[in-house]
Ligand binder design. Structure first.
Ligand code: SF4
Length: 467
């Protein structure tokens, strides 16, 4: 099998790569008058932002025509944005800018798609789709679920494929991927969902011309695949681009974990670091049953924009959705929920009143522990900009004074008849200042660990409040 290696990258550069310009190269194309009309103090500062693809070069009104032409390549996103639509629901992949999350952030998370095989009977398909619909849960303030359904032509029967597309569409309103190597069958599927913009899988070295025409006619995106490594894949995507189709997703057909890691990393590197246009597209990883869990972990961590699973067990999708959430959260922005009072269970005016920060994970853990304790409660989350309790305290965002102010503004006094507040055990030090701010209140220092909330409520709260 012929695979692309680093030597091939250099070959590609000689044969058509358009290199991204550096900040200094862009600076040389600017007038260097430092007039500030672009909003930056100097032309150099502006050039650096253009090089980082944070601003379009044409914001500078004094660019010569020659400079505009040279800069146009720098302004193009290195990885094309692709949208897949069903009615008013749409998902997007692409437009990534970095190799590593800590450099800025990953913009679009890996989309998960489950495959529906048209050779199965209606009952089996319906059951599978109903189970997919049930995967919908809140973790740290974010809904985790699948994103796409892939309908696969396994039967080779156009009627069956159309019936399956129709059935899927009636049961679940997810954007679709239509899988068939036969353009005629794909077209029949497209006609079942007029107005939608599914993703077509896949153009290969044999059918690419017909598939390209189809994708252009129906204004959809097309997966491009090649059996013999990245060189063939990049050549085929180049041919399709030359026919005028830019909505491309790449599927390198890597055959094992090591190849997945190498191929998807190399595609991202070629797109971002070499600005190599033929590989400047989102990627798709189509997993069979074998090693699908470990390969999907690699795909999520290393640059698969879409993963198609044949099937997933509950423990697998729970782990993978959680992994995906962790990889694709913005490292510069802590996960947070809105500040305010949250009801846990069915609290009444005598229920305990807790306060903590609005870091999503803190909210998730504390509310789960209150719920598990058998008590209902009122939980006030203060606006600590998504910081955890100790970090917020150290940053002065969870002091007695600030907590007291949030208590006053929260309206909790209308919800409870007592004046008892439970603070996290790690910030016992704020209790004095909080009592000064809330003179009518009794401050309880709760447990340090959320897992001890149940014993705290049973041993301290219940005894003192005699509910
Ligand atoms: Fe330089 Fe153009 Fe910005 Fe003026 S507007 S400072 S010339 S980059």
């Amino acid at each position: 099998m012929q695979r692309l290696n680093h030597c091939n990258v250099r070959v590609i550069n000689k044969t058509g790569d358009k290199m991204a310009l550096t900040g200094l190269e862009i600076f040389k194309l600017l007038p260097n008058t430092n007039c500030k009309e672009c909003g930056f103090a100097t032309c150099l500062a502006f050039a650096m932002r253009v090089a980082a693809k944070k601003i379009n070069a044409e914001v500078c009104p004094y660019l010569s025509e020659e400079a505009k032409e040279k800069l146009s390549d720098s302004a193009v996103q290195p990885i094309k944005l692709i949208e897949i639509k069903s009615g008013d629901k749409s998902v997007k992949v692409g437009e990534e800018l970095v190799m590593f999350r800590h450099e800025k952030k990953f913009f679009r998370q890996t989309l998960f798609s489950i495959c529906i095989d048209d050779s199965k009977d209606e009952k089996e398909i319906t059951e599978k789709l109903e189970n997919i619909k049930k995967v919908n849960f809140n973790r740290a303030g974010e809904i985790l679920k699948f994103d796409l359904i892939a309908v696969k032509d396994k039967s080779g029967d156009k009627q069956k494929f159309c019936r399956t597309v129709h059935l899927v569409k009636n049961i679940i309103d997810f954007p679709l991927i239509l899988i068939s190597e036969t353009p005629e069958i794909v077209e029949a599927g497209l006609n079942e969902i007029p107005g939608d913009k599914p993703l077509i899988y896949a153009a290969n070295t044999k059918n690419w011309e017909e598939m390209t025409k189809l994708a252009k006619r129906y204004n959809t995106s097309l997966v491009v695949t090649a059996e013999n490594g990245l060189k063939d894949l990049s050549e085929l995507s180049g041919k399709i681009k030359n026919k005028g189709l830019e909505n491309i997703v790449l599927n390198p057909k890597s055959s094992n974990s090591a190849e997945i890691l190498a191929d998807y990393t190399l595609i991202r590197r070629c797109a971002l670091e070499k600005n190599y246009r033929n590989l400047g597209f989102p990627t798709l990883l189509y997993l069979g049953d074998e090693d699908s869990f470990i390969n999907s972990v690699i795909g999520i961590c290393k640059y698969a924009s879409i993963i198609i699973f044949e099937d997933l067990k509950e423990w697998e999708y729970l782990s993978l959705l959680t992994l995906r959430q962790n990889i694709f959260s913005d490292p510069q922005k802590p996960l947070q929920v809105n500040w305010g009072i949250y009801k846990v269970g069915e609290p009444d005016d005598k229920s305990p009143f807790f306060v903590t920060t609005n870091f999503s994970l803190t909210y998730f853990i504390v509310s789960t522990e209150i719920e598990g304790s058998g008590f209902s409660g009122h939980l006030l989350l203060t606006d600590s900009e998504g910081l955890s309790v100790l970090t917020a305290w150290a940053a002065g965002k969870f002091s007695g004074k600030t907590v007291g102010q949030f208590v006053k503004e929260s309206g909790i006094e209308k919800c409870i008849s007592h004046r008892n507040i439970i603070i996290p055990g790690y910030v016992a030090a704020i209790s004095g200042e909080l009592e000064d701010c809330l003179p009518d209140w009794k401050v309880y220092v709760g447990p340090q660990e959320a897992s001890d909330i149940s014993s705290f409520l049973n041993e301290v709260w219940l005894k003192e409040n005699k509910i």
